[in-house]
Write a protein that binds this ligand. Structure first.
Ligand code: MN
Length: 250
């Protein structure tokens, strides 16, 4: 059977290794962990370039069977009606605009979406939700969500609501996850339901119950899928949903 094609959104750096050839230009990139997980679980990954060309994004999404929204810079608070606070870090409006457009198109087509870290936040903002711009300065007595250890290491527990798609995937009420974020959901978009929380009450995952598969997690399953069974299960069910989406198209 043909593999479902999974579009993966990018972040950007100026120049990169070849910057002398194209000064002032950007390179779209994403970590190979995302595509490795997709390859391993039976999907065919392809990168979605950063662009404001809506017709191109529409045509790209026509050919996709699923979308992964990746980790990346902070979302510009302008998109949820706030001024920047001092705790805000790097933003990239072009990446925001690309991902917000992709989410809109994907939701309309009911494409499976897996939002990872920033991806969960983009899902929330795209549907009218807001974010904490900086957890340590805005949330009293929050736990450490910006672990020093790399993404392969799980560092905090999360509690999962029993009546959710995420629970039907994990079949556990409590798992341990990695944590590399300093932003989090503040007001949840009305189209989403929170499914998972950290001990400090911050939302660690959400899903859209009116769609076939729209799940966002605040942690990084692409960093742990090789060893962590829950991360692997999440990618497997996302690819399974994308296979069904592909079947319905043909
Ligand atoms: Mn966390």
């Amino acid at each position: 059977m043909m593999r479902p094609v999974i579009g993966i959104t990018c972040s950007r750096v100026v120049g990169g290794a070849w910057s002398q050839n194209s000064p002032g230009h950007f390179m779209d990139y994403t970590f190979d962990e995302y595509s490795s997980a997709v390859h391993h679980c039976g999907g065919a990954p392809i990168l979605i370039p950063t662009t404001q060309n809506h017709e191109s994004l529409q045509s790209i999404c026509e050919r996709l069977d699923g979308v992964i929204l990746t980790g990346g810079p902070d979302v510009d608070p302008h998109f949820y009606g706030e001024e920047p606070l001092s705790g805000l870090r790097e933003i990239d409006e072009a990446v925001d605009l690309t991902e917000l457009a992709v989410v809109k198109i994907a939701l309309k087509k009911d494409l499976p979406i897996l939002g990872i870290c920033r991806g969960l936040q983009v899902l929330n903002v795209s549907e009218g939700g807001t974010l904490y711009q900086d957890i340590p300065s805005q949330v009293r007595e929050s736990i450490n969500h910006l672990q020093k250890k790399d993404k392969r290491v799980n560092t905090h527990n999360v509690r999962i609501d029993g009546n959710t798609v995420l629970h039907s995937i994990f079949k556990r009420r409590k798992i341990r996850v990695n944590s590399r974020h300093h932003q989090a959901i503040k007001d949840l978009a009305s189209s989403l339901i929170a499914t998972t929380w950290a001990q400090d009450g911050l939302i660690e995952a959400a899903e859209n119950p009116s769609k076939s598969f729209v799940i966002g997690v605040q942690w990084h399953p692409e960093g742990t899928w090789e060893k962590d069974p829950f991360s692997k299960k999440l990618f497997h069910s996302f690819i399974r949903a994308s296979k069904s989406a592909a079947k319905q198209k043909s």
